[in-house]
Design a protein around this ligand. Structure first.
Ligand code: KIV
Length: 273
């Protein structure tokens, strides 16, 4: 049974992220979308919580992340922030809130920071969104980049398969990663790319890389909390390790509750006034 790391109460900041990499300390990150889960993850000692636009899939039941709105992301980030004392809270910028117009990107990021108390934003993409990222950074808002599989571009790629397997795509990813570090991103998510490429990026950059399906050479790892807790049984990619089977636990608990209600066993004498 693993122990949590709550002995370390020191707040995780974006600069601490960078010094963790310098010290060779791996960074743990999970998604959360609500107060209760965020509080549990924070109390367990997670280093960072991503209010991911994967909320679109696991909270709202959509097939893609595209429908998520800025207001919805802010709502989820507000709920998460209320539950967190130590972890760094990073909020995804949703599809349509930053691409193409850097001023709109800045306004979207400012709303997230002002209204939700998130401490950083995450943006998918490289050179295509450079201007938006630079403008957000110029306002003192920390930005986490996201390269490789970028789910907001699913309609361009047509598949959630592993990215950057070709030399051309790997070269572009490397160039984008260098550029994101150069303009001032404090960290970089690498999603579903070959482990060797993720290791190379991690070795070249001084900002930390956080992998998901990108192998063990990254400086940290992130998973969608519903997937790793077994709440989302339909989703089992190769990279996913399940740490619990809460879907089965919930099913069994609810089944027992239904039986107890139907048989009149619940509530009993000690459970009433
Ligand atoms: O939205 C999300 O949960 C993410 C992670 C998968 C990195 O972007």
């Amino acid at each position: 049974m693993s122990t949590n790391t709550t002995d370390d109460k020191k707040k995780v900041t974006t600069s601490r992220f960078i010094s963790m990499k310098a010290k060779g300390e791996k960074i743990s990150m999970l998604t959360a979308y609500d107060y209760t889960m965020a509080k549990l993850l924070d109390e367990a000692g997670i280093d960072a919580i991503l209010v991911g636009d994967s909320a679109s899939n696991v909270m709202a039941g959509n097939a893609t992340t595209l429908p998520m709105t800025l207001d919805q992301m802010i709502y989820h980030a507000q709920c998460v922030s209320r539950g967190v004392e130590r972890a760094l809270v990073v909020c995804d910028m949703p599809f349509g809130s930053y691409q193409g117009d850097s001023l709109e990107a800045l306004h979207s990021a400012v709303r997230i920071m002002k209204e939700s108390r998130a401490e950083a934003v995450k943006i998918e993409g490289g050179s295509e969104v450079r201007e938006s990222i630079e403008r957000i950074l110029s306002a003192g808002i920390p930005v986490m980049g996201h390269l490789g599989l970028t789910p907001q571009s699913i309609n361009k790629f047509g598949t959630y398969a592993v990215r950057a397997k070709s030399d051309d795509e790997a070269e572009k990813l490397l160039a984008d990663a260098r550029m994101l570090e150069e303009i001032g991103c404090f960290a970089l998510v690498l999603e579903k790319i070959p482990a060797a490429l993720a290791t190379r990026v991690s070795e070249e950059l001084s900002i930390p890389t956080i992998g998901i399906g990108a192998g063990n050479g990254c400086d940290g790892q992130v998973l969608v909390v519903h997937d790793m807790l077994g709440l989302n049984k339909g989703f089992s990619p190769k990279f996913l390790r399940r740490y619990a089977d809460l879907g089965t636990e919930i099913n069994s608990a609810v089944g027992r509750y239904i039986d107890d209600v139907k048989t009149g066993d619940f509530p009993n004498a000690s459970e009433q006034y």
